[in-house]
Ligand binder design. Structure first.
Ligand code: HSE
Length: 303
């Protein structure tokens, strides 16, 4: 095999009370990653196209996807040289797992191109190494859904354990044009929390998992909005968010910040989708996705 092309989905992490644990794979937006073997002198070269890609370094050690590919080449003694081409469909720094999609896509493509026969969990471990470059710590709540698809729970970090479940519903995602650094958004999360907040978040997170397994989206959305720890600190980073939340509260089952923001994820009631979309547009005049949930990264082409 000489080349592999992979589609890797955007994801929404946290979903309210599930900080660094919960994640959803979206059907769109997505990145497309191509890896090909080359005769170049350099071990790994990277090129990119798409929105804001000029802001992403192509230096292998600074590029989240490059870090993943390099580690996999070292661990599996791969002697070929490769070129990675990333088509960014997911805006960097959006809160939709842009860097994770590239990391996950590269890990899946490497597994295929070099026939490494890794499990999804092993691929997730490699992909999460790239997150350390982007966010300072290798959190896996975006890479896990980008690889497993559907709804995922990172139930343990060392060693990594991921549970996943297939889900079918639509979400409405708004992408305000606001810059938020994940590193900084993580720094404002409190290091210690009152026990009552912990009880709240564990309770709501359990409720969300129960709701998914009983196909009760209304309940899922209700608990998604009741994070007592992270969302209250981050809401002020997104101009207009608190007002929007108030405005749409009777039109949606749930609404919260996607990952570290600025993207907002909501579960609109079917009959109010257009109304919620209009309210988002009026406030932020920004890209909006009404999308079903999707599979994890998959091979589009190989030859
Ligand atoms: N769980 C991470 C955070 C996701 O909220 O910082 C980053 O997209």
């Amino acid at each position: 095999m000489k080349m592999v092309k992979v589609c890797s989905p955007g994801t929404s992490a946290n979903l309210g009370p599930g900080y660094d644990v919960f994640g959803l794979a979206l059907y769109e937006p997505y990145d497309t990653i191509t890896i090909m073997k080359t005769d170049d002198d350099e071990k790994i070269t990277i090129s990119m196209e798409g929105e804001k890609c000029e802001e992403i370094p192509t230096d292998v050690d600074k590029n989240t996807a490059g870090v993943v590919a390099k580690k996999m080449m070292e661990d599996f003694n791969i002697s070929d040289n490769i070129h990675i081409h990333i088509e960014k469909g997911i805006k960097p720094g959006s809160g939709l797992g842009s860097s994770s999609a590239s990391c996950a896509g590269v890990a899946v493509a490497m597994n295929e191109l070099f026939d490494l026969k890794l499990s999804k969990l092993e691929i997730t471990k490699y992909a999460s190494l790239g997150e350390a470059v982007a966010a300072g710590v290798p959190h896996a709540d975006n890479v896990a859904p980008a690889i497993f698809g559907g709804f995922t729970m990172v139930v343990n970090y060392e060693p990594l354990e991921v549970l996943h479940t297939h889900v079918e519903f639509e979400v409405l995602v708004a992408l305000p044009n606001i810059q938020i650094s994940t590193k900084e958004a993580r720094e404002i999360v409190p290091k210690n929390i009152p026990i009552k907040d912990m009880v709240n978040n564990v309770g709501k997170a359990c409720g969300m998992v129960y709701a998914l397994h009983t196909n009760n989206i209304e309940l899922f959305g209700k608990y998604m909005m009741q994070d007592a720890v992270v969302e209250p600190c981050r809401a002020s980073l997104i101009d207009g968010y608190s007002e929007i939340k108030e405005k749409v509260k009777d039109l949606v089952y749930g609404i919260t910040i996607s990952g570290s923001g600025p993207a907002i994820i909501s579960l609109p009631k079917k009959e109010h989708v257009l109304e919620v979309k209009k309210i988002f547009k009026e406030t932020w005049d920004c890209p909006i996705y009404y999308t079903k949930l999707g599979p994890g990264a998959y091979v589009l082409e190989s030859k």
